[in-house]
Design a protein around this ligand. Structure first.
Ligand SMILES: Cc1ncc(COP(=O)(O)OP(=O)(O)O)c(N)n1
Ligand code: TZP
Ligand code: MG
Length: 218
């Protein structure tokens, strides 16, 4: 049984793979973040990751179990077959991944689907596609966690995307604790972060900062 999507899951959204925590144990970091109260976890293991496909599947199974125990949605990045094999709650795809319509047909309502949109034109196309649960927009600020990131969107650009989107938007890219409030004031439903949590000296304190931000009703 998978968790149904709810926009409140976007408030404190942790995105992380082994490549983001070199020399550390991803499971321990994710469990610490779950214990602190993250509202969603995305398994995004790619790029500099050293895992083989079997290792990625085995680790995914353990992370999926930890999220299920915490009743926090477990979302897989990019790979719809991995998402289905792990009985994930959701999958997130970008503009350069499989077509979102193909992914929606493949998952057939079994798991929710998030889509990356960083321009008004991309949002307007997404608005016409039934079945998309949420939008991930960014990079809002410069980021070093994604080598092929789109141009920086900025807070004004994010506000514009929120205004035209029919679905809730989670902001991503270069977000620090200081920027959580300004991001929320654009009307975004939350922040998705890699380094702010993966590199935090106090994950519990950082998650509390994410949870303390109240969404501004647009
Ligand atoms: C919540 C969220 N938003 C955006 C992204 C970026 O997805 P994508 O553009 O497909 O890039 P990669 O993450 O696959 O490098 C995301 N993963 N999560
Ligand atoms: C996956 C992704 N998509 C757009 S920016 C980004 C990286 C976000 O990482 P960080 O929070 O460390 O900037
Ligand atoms: Mg992708």
């Amino acid at each position: 049984m998978t968790l149904k999507f709810n926009k409140r899951q976007l408030q404190a959204y942790f995105v992380c793979g082994t490549q983001d925590v070199p020399g550390k144990d991803l499971e321990t970091i994710v469990q610490t973040a779950l214990d602190a109260g993250i509202t969603a976890y995305q398994y995004r293991d790619k790029g500099a990751s050293q895992l083989t496909a079997p290792q990625r599947l085995a680790l995914g199974r353990r992370l999926r179990q930890r999220c299920a125990a915490a009743k926090v949605p477990f979302i897989v990045d990019d790979d719809v077959e991995l998402a289905l094999a792990l009985n994930a709650d959701g999958i997130h795809v970008g503009q350069k991944d499989d077509q979102v319509t193909t992914v929606l047909q493949r998952v057939a309502g079994k798991i929710f689907v998030g889509l990356s949109c960083s321009t008004v034109a991309e949002i307007e196309i997404a608005n016409q596609i039934d079945g998309i649960a949420y939008i991930g927009s960014g990079p809002i600020f410069p980021t070093t966690s994604k080598a092929d990131a789109d141009p920086v969107v900025g807070l004004a650009g994010l506000r514009q995307l929120v205004k035209v989107s029919k679905r809730p938007i989670v902001a991503i890219g270069g977000i620090t604790v200081q920027e959580l409030g300004p991001v929320a004031h654009t009307g975004a439903a939350g922040s998705a972060v890699i380094s702010m949590l993966a590199q935090s000296p106090d994950i519990e304190q950082t998650v509390n900062a994410m949870l303390a931000v109240t969404e501004v009703r647009p």
